[in-house]
Structure formats: C-alpha cells, structure tokens
Design a protein around this ligand. Structure first.
Ligand code: G3P
Ligand code: CA
Length: 249
C-alpha cells in the first residue's frame, strides 16, 4: 500500500500567521506538520535569513533588497504582526532539532543561487554542518532537504554533500522532457500542483527512476486527494493543520 503523503508547512502555517516567522513554524509543528519549508537568502554580511522575496517590502516594515542589507539592519524591522524580527536559518534549524516529539524535516529552498555562484549553497552546507546535519546516515534519515529551481544549485549540493536529499523544483516540462533530475542527481522532483494536474504521470516516472515527488503548493481538498491517489511523497501547503485532518479521514 502506498503511504499517505507527508505534510510540509509552506513558509510555516502561513495561511494563519505571517510567513517565515517563528510563530508560523511553531504553529505548524503544533498542527502536526511532518516538515517545514523555508526560503533562504544571503544578507550583505553573509548571514542566511528566511525570506522569500528579493525585497523585504511585502513581508516587513522595511524596504530594500535582502542582499544589500546587513543582519543588524534586518533585525530592526518587523516581520510579523507582533513585531517578530527576521528569522535566521540557524534559528529555524534549532526549532526543528528542539522539537523532539517527532523527527520533523526541514526543507530549505535556496533562492537566487545563480547570482551568488554557489555561495548560498556552501553557506547552507556550513550551517547544516555546524548542527551536525550535513552528512546523514541516509537520505531517508536526513533532517534536512535542500531544494532549488536551479539545477546547478542541486548539482553543487549533490557534489559537496552526496548523502543530503535534494529536490529539483520546476514545472512539468523539466521532468517530462528528459533527465534533468537524473543529470543533477536530485533525490526527488518538485512539480507545482498545476503541473501535476496536467501531467499526473510525473509521479510514476519519478518513482520508476527511484525518485520521490514533492508537490507545491497544495491548499485545496481535491488537490490533496489527487496527490494521495498518485502516491506523492510530500505535499507543501499553507494549511498544514487542515491538510493533516483531511489525510486522516
Ligand atoms: O516549496 C516550493 C515552493 O515554495 C516554490 O515556490 O515561490 O513559494 O518559493 P515559492
Ligand atoms: Ca519556497
């Protein structure tokens, strides 16, 4: 029997609380999420922070590019309704490791790795190494998964940390057209739910090549059922609590 999809909280329980805040991730864990998703960017002074957009304008009280701001400057801004500061990757890793009641995984998406020419990935690996997470006993037992829309970024991670699981994100053409995931050695493919609706065969093709499927962003009941029927391994959602309940029915 195919196991039920596991639920990844996309930017935390981000339908309920401001995305990428500690509060949103804590709520996701309380709601039973099996994994937490975050986007990471480098600050001007080389710190990894959990911010989706290039700019901080949409999600904070400030304006400007993350890459041009220092961590000190970012810490002066408010990212949540209750004045939460920016969340660093280190703080999020700590939250995951401190949550000992079940082995939650952290899905780290590197943003704009091309511009920094591999610096983002090497910083992420250094941070995982600092927490003892960069060389897991096996991909299945890893507490961290690295994801990217950049095939070059996935390839660099595979080369530097071969045991870490990786997800090559993209639309359907990336997986249907040929062996992008094989070329870079990704352990999973990461189509959008729109791609999966149009090309459900992506899941079986990936499975035939020994790869899991991670689908984003799955917020509707019918889409959760589709993922379930197709045997998708991981679904990323902004509503982890509701999705866990649907899957328990
Ligand atoms: O989980 C993958 C998904 O987050 C990719 O899209 O724009 O939300 O980072 P985006
Ligand atoms: Ca993301």
């Amino acid at each position: 029997m195919t196991p039920e999809p596991r639920v990844v909280a996309h930017r935390g329980a981000s339908a309920a609380l401001p995305e990428h805040t500690l509060a949103a991730y804590e709520l996701a864990l309380d709601q039973g999420a099996d994994g937490l998703e975050c986007d990471v960017r480098l600050t001007r002074d080389g710190h990894l922070v959990c911010v989706h957009d290039r700019r901080v304008d949409r999600t904070s009280t400030g304006t400007g590019l993350v890459s041009e701001m220092t961590l000190k400057h970012l810490n002066e801004l408010e990212f949540g309704a209750n004045g939460e500061p920016v969340l660093t990757l280190a703080q999020l890793i700590t939250l995951v490791l401190d949550h000992t009641s079940r082995p939650t995984k952290l899905f780290i998406e590197t943003k704009h790795p091309v511009r920094f020419g591999g610096l983002v990935e090497s910083k992420v690996l250094a941070e995982l190494s600092r927490f003892g997470l960069s060389a897991p006993p096996s991909a299945d037992h890893s507490r961290a998964v690295i994801m990217s829309f950049s095939a070059a970024a996935v390839w660099r991670i595979r080369r530097s940390a071969p045991l870490l699981p990786t997800v090559l994100l993209g639309e359907s053409s990336r997986y249907l057209g040929g062996g992008a995931a094989t070329t870079v050695g990704a352990t999973a493919v990461g189509p959008s739910i729109k791609s999966l609706r149009e090309h459900p065969e992506i899941v079986n093709r990936a499975a035939a090549a020994g790869r899991a499927t991670y689908c984003w962003t799955v917020d509707d009941f019918d889409d959760v059922q589709l993922c379930r029927e197709l045997g998708v391994g991981w679904i990323a959602t902004n509503h982890p609590g509701r999705t866990k309940e649907w899957l328990a029915q």
